[in-house]
Each structure stands twice: as structure tokens, then as C-alpha cells.
Design a protein around this ligand. Structure first.
Ligand SMILES: C[S@@+](CC[C@H](N)C(=O)[O-])C[C@H]1O[C@@H](n2cnc3c(N)ncnc32)[C@H](O)[C@@H]1O
Length: 255
């Protein structure tokens, strides 16, 4: 990928931020976290430590900041970084309404400028986890974490990319792209809901990058849409996402 993904993704998120305000307000109001496009419950997924009292936590690509809000409610001192000033404006406003003391930073999750070994816990839900090249943001996450610190992230499952038509229309049951050699996709020029440049890897590709960047895998979840859901979210129809894994969650520990 030789296009400037940072500028492209920042611009699309600044332009799109207005469309995420209502869902952000809903998520900020949730007492118990739910995750991803299909509201997967926290129970069983364990994205966040139950008690984060005294922990230094960072969210990489925080968007509207509700994950940071949940961590602050659990007692963490939270830093949240995002490249989009408009997304951060939403996050800052809602955080103030909830009385959440979060340090928001406008910047790039691949090169935060924050000190080494400053955090016990890092997380990304559809943030750096999909919008940044894996090697770059994982290297940065490892640098930011203290030895033994944990990184948890959620993003699209590689299966959903393989089954995504090249014009950006919703996933179907055909293999549209090679799995081998997967790097992600450029969605800027597609006809159906163009967005930015996203990154993903094969499962073995992720494992190689974790080993290279100094993370041990402690858990892996493949997420499906629950029974009863209808419609299409994030260009994935519910019935597809009941039969194929639509999202993945990795639990990692810094070596
Ligand atoms: C889907 S949103 C974040 C998810 C968050 N959980 C939410 O829904 O509000 C994706 C965010 O990633 C941010 N992002 C994209 N590239 C980034 C980068 N290189 N560094 C930091 N943030 C980035 C975008 O600006 C956007 O706010």
C-alpha cells in the first residue's frame, strides 16, 4: 500500500464523524460494555479487566471515546488517541457530560509520541486495529506497554474480507479475494459506500506479526451475529454473519 493511508483515513473520519454521534451517545450510556457491530456482550469476551483501579490504560484510535469511558468507570487513568479532530470533538463533549476524566490526544496511533512503558493496558475496537498497518501500530503498542502489559483488540475477521465483493457491496457467500497474501483493502474508490484504507491479515499472518513485535497470544475469539438480528451492518448481512465469523478479538500480552 503506497497511498497515504493516514491522510486519507483522517479526512474520511473528519467528514463522517457527524454520522457517529447518535450511536456514540448510546454506547456511552451503556453500563455494561457491548462490542463491535453486533453488540457482542462483554460476558465471555472479557475485553476489559473487571477492576481497572490504578491502571494506566490507552485506547488506540478511540473515535467517540466510549471504550475509554468504560475504562475510566472501572477506575483506570485513561489516555485516548485519535487522528480525527472531529471524532475527538464528539468524544470530548460526551466525556465532559459524563464527568469522565480522560486525556484525549489528537495524533497517530502508529507514532503517538508518548513515553515508553507508560501503560498497563491497551485496547482498540475498530480503531488502529483496522485503520493502521499491523506491524506499525503493534510495534507502537508494545513500546507503550509495560512488561507483562496487555493489549486487546477487535476488528473485522479476515473471512469477511475474502467474501467482500470488489465494488464494496455487502459480503456474500462467494470467495471474491485471495486469502493468501491478504494485506487489507482500499475502499476509497468503490461504488458502494466508499470509505478509507483498512488493514487485515490472514490468521497466520497476524500470529507472525505478534511474534515479530513481541506479543504472546493469550486468547482469540471469532464473533458471529446473534440470532434474531436482521439487516446489514458494516457491509455485512446478519444471515452471513451468523454462518461465518464477522469479527475477531485478540488478547495479547507484551513479552
Ligand atoms: C470506528 S472509529 C473508532 C472506534 C470507536 N470504538 C468508536 O466507534 O468510536 C475508527 C477511528 O479510528 C481513527 N483512526 C484511523 N486511523 C488512525 C490513526 N492512524 N491513528 C489514530 N486514530 C486513527 C479514526 O479517526 C476513527 O475515529
Amino acid at each position: 500500500m503506497d497511498r497515504d493511508h493516514l491522510a486519507i483515513n483522517r479526512d474520511i473520519w473528519n467528514a463522517d464523524a457527524v454520522n457517529w454521534v447518535a450511536s456514540a451517545e448510546d454506547r456511552w450510556r451503556q453500563e455494561t460494555p457491548v462490542w463491535g457491530n453486533w453488540n457482542t456482550p462483554e460476558a465471555g469476551l472479557d475485553m476489559l479487566p473487571a477492576d481497572m483501579t490504578g491502571m494506566d490504560a490507552i485506547e488506540l484510535g478511540c473515535g467517540t471515546g466510549y471504550v475509554s469511558g468504560w475504562m475510566a468507570r472501572r477506575g483506570a487513568r485513561v489516555t485516548a488517541i485519535d487522528i480525527s479532530a472531529e471524532q475527538l470533538a464528539t468524544a470530548r463533549r460526551i466525556a465532559a457530560e459524563h464527568g469522565a476524566g480522560i486525556t484525549f490526544i489528537e495524533g497517530n496511533a502508529e507514532a503517538t509520541g508518548l513515553p515508553d512503558a507508560a501503560f498497563d493496558f491497551a485496547i482498540s475496537e475498530y480503531g488502529a486495529s483496522i485503520w493502521c498497518p499491523p506491524r506499525a501500530w503493534l510495534r507502537e503498542a508494545r513500546r507503550l506497554l509495560r512488561p507483562g502489559g496487555r493489549l486487546v483488540f477487535l476488528g473485522n475477521h479476515p473471512m469477511s474480507l475474502v467474501c467482500s465483493p470488489l465494488d464494496g457491496s455487502p459480503c456474500d457467500r462467494t470467495l471474491h479475494r485471495p486469502y493468501r497474501g491478504m494485506w487489507g483493502a482500499d475502499w476509497t474508490g468503490v461504488t458502494y459506500e466508499p470509505t478509507g484504507i483498512c488493514f487485515n491479515l490472514t490468521v497466520s499472518g497476524w500470529m507472525e506479526v505478534f511474534a515479530e513485535t513481541g506479543f504472546a497470544v493469550e486468547g482469540y475469539h471469532e464473533l458471529y451475529a446473534p440470532e434474531g438480528e436482521e439487516g446489514t451492518r458494516g457491509a455485512v448481512p446478519a444471515d452471513w454473519a451468523r454462518d461465518y465469523p464477522v469479527e475477531q478479538v485478540w488478547h495479547l500480552r507484551r513479552g
